[in-house]
Design a protein around this ligand. Structure first.
Ligand code: SF4
Ligand code: SF4
Length: 294
C-alpha cells in the first residue's frame, strides 16, 4: 500500500484500486473524476512485441472486464511491465486507445526512446506511474558512489519526476529514513553534481546492469530464464530482499534455473547486446539464491 494505492505487480493479471487523490496527478480530463476508481492492469507479455495488445484473447484471459474498459466511467485500464519488448508494447497500447494508465519501469540507463513514448502517451491522455527508477540500485559497485547512496537515490527520483509526462514514482519504502530521503527529492531539480553522478552511473553500469530484455535466452540450450534469474539476483544483492528473492527463485521451474550454467560454455555471453558477463553472473546468482536447492 502506498499513498492509497494498493497495487500488485506480480502475476499475469493484477488489479489495483486507486483512491481519487492518486488520479489527481494524471494529465488528462479523466483525472477530474472524483469516484474511487478500479484500474484493471494488464501485465506486459514477457518479451512481447506489442502484437498481443490488440489480441482479443489477451483481454479474455487477463482482464476481468470485457473491452472496452471505458464502458464504465470509474473503471480504467492499465498496462504494467518491466521486461523485454516494453517499448513496442507501450507503442501498441497507445495506438490501441483503450488504456488510461501505464505503470512501468523507467530509468536513465535502459530505454533511450522511452521519453518520446511517454510524451506520446501523455498527448493521448494516458497517465504514467513509474518504478525501478534507480536502474538496479548498484551504486555500491561504483567506487566514487559508495558513500553517496542517499544522494544517488534522491537524484534518480528527481530525474524521473522532472519529466512532465511522469505523474508519480512508485517506491519501496521500508523505514522513515527512506521516507525522508525520497520526500526531499520531490519538487526540486537535479543540480550539476547530480547530473554528473547519474551520467557516471550510466557509463559504469552500461555493460553490468541487466535490462531483463531476454535477448540472450534464445541462445541458451538449457532454457534458463536469464531475465528472471537476473532480476531475483538484483533483489537479493542490491534491494536487500534476500528471502523474497530466494523464494522467487525457488518457485522457478527447475529447468529454468541457472543450475546448469556452471558447466556450460556460456553462449549467452555473446548474445547479450550490452556485452554483459552473463554466465558468470548466473553462476553467482545460482549460488546466492539456491541455498535450499543445494
Ligand atoms: S551459461 Fe549456458 S546454461 Fe547458463 S544461460 Fe548461458 S547458455 Fe544457458
Ligand atoms: S543478460 Fe543481456 S540479453 Fe540477457 S536479459 Fe540481461 S540485458 Fe538482456
Amino acid at each position: 500500500m502506498l499513498g492509497g494505492l494498493d497495487l500488485h505487480l506480480d502475476g499475469p493479471t493484477v488489479v489495483a484500486v486507486l483512491h481519487p487523490q492518486c488520479l489527481q496527478g494524471f494529465p488528462t480530463d479523466r483525472a477530474k473524476r472524483t469516484e474511487v476508481g478500479v484500474v484493471h492492469v494488464v501485465e506486459q507479455p514477457q518479451g512481447g512485441a506489442g502484437d498481443d495488445i490488440a489480441d482479443p484473447l489477451l483481454w479474455a484471459e487477463r482482464t476481468p472486464l470485457p473491452p472496452p474498459a471505458r464502458a464504465r466511467a470509474d473503471h480504467h485500464l492499465g498496462l504494467t511491465g518491466h521486461s523485454g519488448g516494453m517499448e513496442a508494447c507501450l507503442e501498441a497500447a497507445i495506438d490501441d486507445g483503450r488504456f488510461d494508465v501505464f505503470c512501468i519501469r523507467y530509468d536513465f540507463v535502459s530505454y533511450p526512446d522511452q521519453g518520446r513514448i511517454l510524451r506520446r502517451a501523455a498527448e493521448k491522455g494516458i497517465g504514467t506511474m513509474v518504478f525501478k527508477v534507480n536502474a538496479g540500485n548498484r551504486q555500491i559497485d561504483i567506487e566514487k558512489l559508495t558513500s553517496s547512496s542517499q544522494f544517488y537515490n534522491q537524484a534518480a527520483v528527481k530525474w524521473a519526476l522532472t519529466n512532465p509526462d511522469v505523474a508519480s514514482v512508485c517506491l519501496r519504502i521500508t523505514n522513515f529514513d527512506q521516507l525522508r530521503e525520497y520526500a526531499a527529492a520531490v519538487g526540486t531539480n537535479l543540480d550539476d553534481d547530480e547530473v554528473a553522478m547519474l551520467r557516471h552511473y550510466a557509463e559504469e553500469m552500461y555493460d553490468k546492469y541487466c535490462r531483463f530484455c531476454g535477448t540472450c535466452e534464445a541462445s541458451c540450450p538449457h532454457e534458463v530464464a536469464v531475465a528472471d534469474v537476473m532480476r531475483f539476483a538484483m533483489y537479493f544483492k542490491y534491494y536487500g530482499r534476500e528471502k523474497d528473492a530466494m523464494q522467487r527463485y525457488q518457485s522457478l521451474p527447475g529447468d529454468f534455473t541457472a543450475a546448469t550454467c556452471d558447466a556450460c560454455v556460456g553462449s549467452c555471453d555473446a548474445a547479450c547486446p550490452f556485452g554483459r558477463a552473463v554466465r558468470a553472473e548466473l553462476v553467482e546468482a545460482h549460488q546466492m539464491l539456491s541455498f535450499s536447492r543445494a
